[in-house]
Design a protein around this ligand. Sequence first.
Ligand code: ADP
Length: 590
Amino acid sequence: MFEKVLVANRGEIAVRVMAACEELGCETVAVYSDADRNGGHVDYADEAYNVGPAPASESYLDQEEIIDVVQRAGADAIHPGYGFLAENAEFARRVEATDDITWVGPSSDAMETLGEKTKARSVMQEAGVPVVPGTTEPVGDADEVRALGEEYGYPVAIKAEGGGGGRGMKIVRSEAEVDDALESAKREGKAYFGNDSVYVEKYLDAPKHIEVQVLADQHGNVRHLGERDCSLQRRHQKVIEEAPSPALDDELRAEIGEAARQGVREAGYTNAGTVEFLVEDGEFYFMEVNTRIQVEHTVSEEVTDIDIVRWQLRVAAGEELAFDQDDVEIDGHAVEYRINAENPAADFAPTPGQLTTYRPPTSIGVRLDHAVAQGDEIGGDYDSMIGKLIVSGEDREHCLERSKRALEHFDVEGVHTTIPFHRLLLDDDAFVAGDHTTKYLDRELDDDALEAAVDRWGPAEAAGGDVTESTTVEVAVEVDGKRFDVVIEDASTRTTAKSADTGSGSDGGFAAEGAAEVATADAITAEMQGTILSVAVDEGDEVAAGDVVCVLEAMKMENDVVAEHGGTVESVPIAEGDSVDMGDTLVRIE
Ligand code: ADP
């Protein structure tokens, strides 16, 4: 086993990985940005290193700096968590090429093969796994898309090769929409993933999203840990995940599990991974492979009693999987609720602020994966996740009963959260019956009901500063970039940091903004301070309403800035990497 593992991530997943390391007797190394000096993962680690300023591109994504720290710290492995560098084959390759450092994940070759969607589709097809009808080669032009639309029948989806989370995916409902959709998909693919290659797939009308957790060692053993149902989505993003799926019978369950295993074996894949499928009318179709640990791995752990992160480390260290496929038993039911600092009644806009009250539920059947405590700030630099509530029960019904209890006892003040949304869903007939598809929320979610839920179950007035008394003060000092926590005696009463400016808490200036910003005039302006991650348009380009013109890093990791009206781009006064202030002009459209 490794002696010291660097976790190249932050927040709950960094702590989750460190917990597994600790149980295996490995020391842990955290990395953090200036914005995360007080991060829960920094506290948790045995040692911690500052890797740069708040923007992820200058810290958590700084490959060179992270490799430098792993060497300075004398660590012998890197675990990437999810997000950031986790699916970056180039980074994995760099780690592989560094002496005495092991990458806790699949090989960079396997990541590359399965990370590109058309390659992954070919591999799966060769392994005999059904794929969503579509191309396995990138498409060239609009005529080709129209020919495919004819062949599969509309709607079809044009998808960016490197896409994910619904980004870079455009749905085409008729021949007339092909030109615009193709251009938009290419532009978004380029902006988000640096790759404007796209392909075409049949767009299924109302599928279930079913994914299979796999684990593979370096000795040829591949096991699956059953499926997760992630059909509850908002704009193609998962909001609640569960295991097992209420929609599969045993026969289909066994077939999908075997297909995932077969596909992964064919690809020469090792470590943990997820094979995603869409299921409609009793048929299943491969969609893509996620070559990393996923946010929702927890529900599989709960129903199988297998510690997936522990196995990631053991497999990376060369150990053999110690259980057979037949040993994997699914017992009971588990549901994961993502608790985000977002206001469901304001289009789920992130609401950064201080957790003036933070009292999560306890007792039987409740697991909480988080890295925050009362008094912490939920900043605007990264995603808005506060933590994940995972509830287990004997069966689905029992699990949902427990979930009601757990969510009712989850007290958060100071910021809006997704808790009222989850509580609303626990009274929703389609969700309770397990009948929901990936389209359900977008079609049925009722704004008035959301507003009422937030009124009823959301935070009371944004809490004021809470005053604590203390005779010691803990301060963090950095010596040569390495962090030390120092406790200093302090006789005077002190006020918790930042309590003076928490008055705006949940309803601060950000609350009205969504992930997509829309300008009303010809000038598209920044609605918040941030960094330009990429620019999707050039002078002279034609844009349609809703097209992404640039991506602004702030608040959430990435914010799409979209055009409200179509037109010709007159000027683009910004460039990639620029810092912009609220009100700055980003793009002018004629
Ligand atoms: P991911 O978020 O898993 O990286 P995608 O962006 O490919 O991957 O897909 C996200 C979601 O978009 C899926 O869970 C599904 O709801 C929807 N989706 C993707 N492809 C299709 C399709 N061909 N037909 C219908 N829905 C799709």
